[in-house]
Design a binder for this molecule. Structure first.
Ligand code: AKB
Length: 317
């Protein structure tokens, strides 16, 4: 990776990924792009371009302009918003990836594509969900993720493109808030713990989902992209996760540091149904064996770090 284009760079993953990549590869070698500019100052120095991934000519123009050899394609709608706007989710998530892959085919760039636990659905084994298993998702978001996994495999097999990717679990971070996801409750809870001392969870007690702290997610992306391609048997859609918990367990973890924290429930039926269609816990052995995936944060270590940073961020205002 010498010159990298990151799409959707002002989202939850993108802001932190761009900063990490710029540290490693140099600010001028990492081009951030997004449809919006809100939050662009968080990226610091380095090129930024407006990009709607539905416009393939613009993608091709940027690849040409900056001599891009790697596209990290993060632009996309999340699960809950995808259920509200399924047609738009298909256009951006599936159509955008297709455009990126076509540009990559013509310009011979490598690709990183983030799939998700949403690529699984009813019929998938819920516990220790295998790397290779039944994938019949019940959401448009999940359908676009399975489509993306298959397209990335296809472009590798048919055109020899260096496509790589992971299935992200819920990602927890303090820098940029996610928007429109089902696992967002596990981020919201930390914000509300600091501002209100109380949180009403939109996910019901007893609902387990895989999660990971953002520093582990960012390290995983860089590690996979730098791994020896000859050792990758799967290439795309590696299961990754660092922990699996349900709302009572994250609340208990917060209480270890904030004993007066309280939690209630205002369950959102749409997001609850999505959560119930996703795995309880993933089997991540393929990622460990093929490229050394090795997350560092468990629930309590993450809680301690989240609360520390959010106190600095929210209470200094
Ligand atoms: C969502 O909840 O939609 C995302 C995901 C798990 O892909 N965080």
């Amino acid at each position: 990776m010498k010159n990298i284009l990151v799409t959707g760079c002002l989202g939850q993953i993108g802001t932190e990924l761009v900063k990490k990549l710029r540290k490693g590869y140099g600010a001028d070698h990492v081009v951030g792009s997004d449809v919006k500019t809100t939050g662009v100052e968080k990226l610091g120095d380095g090129p930024f371009e407006i990009l709607d991934v539905r416009e393939s000519q613009t993608i091709a123009g940027l690849v040409e302009k900056y001599n891009i050899d790697t596209i990290m394609h993060l632009a996309g709608l999340l699960s809950a918003v995808g259920e509200m706007k399924p047609q738009l989710a298909w256009q951006i998530n599936a159509g955008g990836l297709f455009n990126v892959l076509e540009v990559a085919r013509e310009k011979r760039t490598a690709i990183f594509f983030p799939s998700s636990i949403a690529a699984f659905g009813p019929g998938t084994p819920l516990d220790h969900t295998p790397q290779d298993t039944i994938q019949r998702p019940a959401t448009m978001y999940g359908i676009t993720k399975v489509t993306g996994e298959l397209l990335c495999d296809y472009y590798h097999l048919k055109y020899g493109l260096d496509t790589r990717g992971v299935r992200f679990p819920g990602l927890i971070s303090y820098e940029t808030e996610p928007g429109g996801g089902t696992t967002d409750y596990a981020v919201d809870i930390y914000y509300k713990a600091i501002t209100d001392g109380h949180y009403d969870s939109f996910i019901a007690a007893g609902t387990y989902m895989d999660m990971m702290y953002m520093p582990d997610a960012i390290n995983a992306v860089v590690q996979l992209m730098e791994a020896d391609g000859a050792k990758l048997k799967h290439r795309n859609a590696f299961n990754i996760s660092a922990m699996s918990f349900e709302p009572e367990e994250i609340a208990a973890s917060i209480r270890k540091f904030m004993p007066n924290f309280t939690m209630g429930y205002k369950v959102d039926p749409v997001r609850q149904a999505i959560a119930e269609s996703w795995p309880n816990s993933l089997d991540v052995h393929a990622a460990k064996e093929e490229w050394g995936f090795n997350p560092q944060y468990d629930l309590d270590k993450m809680t301690e770090d989240m609360l520390k940073h959010l106190k600095e961020k929210l209470l200094k205002k």
